[in-house]
Design a protein around this ligand. Sequence first.
Ligand code: 13P
Length: 251
Amino acid sequence: MRKIVIAGNWKMNKTPSEAAELATQIAALENNKAEVVICVPYVDIFAAKQAIAGSKVKLGAENVHWEASGAFTGEISAPMLVECGCEYVIIGHSERRQYFGETDETVNKRTKAALNAGLKVILCVGELKEERETGKTEEVVKRQVIEGLKDISAEQMANVVIAYEPVWAIGTGLTATNEQAEEVCAFIRALLKDLYCDCVADSTTIQYGGSMNAKNAADLLAMPNIDGGLIGGASLKPADFGVIIAAGDKA
Ligand code: 13P
């Protein structure tokens, strides 16, 4: 059976003291079956780690550089994240692709470095509004998955989660319908079968992200190919995040 992963992407929110408070509240939420992850700003990692100690909540970062060390001012490497207690890292988020020049090639370099350092990767893919409107969704998602996973082995796929996040649904309150989200997640799974094998396709967790909230999570997570959520805004509200986790536990 596939692991259900409910991950919060805090984006550029919360100072360390605020992070400690929020992570403490999240650590206190009931959580049975679903794997709960909080991906936090680099400077919040230490505070969040202390706050979730002793709970089942896992820690993640929101990006990582592909080199282990060197003259890359302002960057953070995978071994640094591992030593700070991160288990997960988000790679290729659409905000990084849109605003920070992320390409499929750099997504792939980061993914390889993260996996080699022992991190689990949440690889984000998803189409822009105009790409959906012009019928290019599958073409774009296919390219992002193939390029992002270039030279990643079937064994390494055990540590990869794919997050389908249609860009038009992020932070807009416009959620993909259950059917739209399911259709693309199923498409990604079929692609994994072509790229690897049935066993990788059947065992890879594929999340939906984009305005997932306390109201729509249960229906999205009930779809057969949606195995979790990557949640922005609602992950900053413990009560709402708790409802989503509970939906993940039942999925
Ligand atoms: P929202 O849940 O705020 O739409 O953000 C989704 C997202 O980008 C998660 O990575």
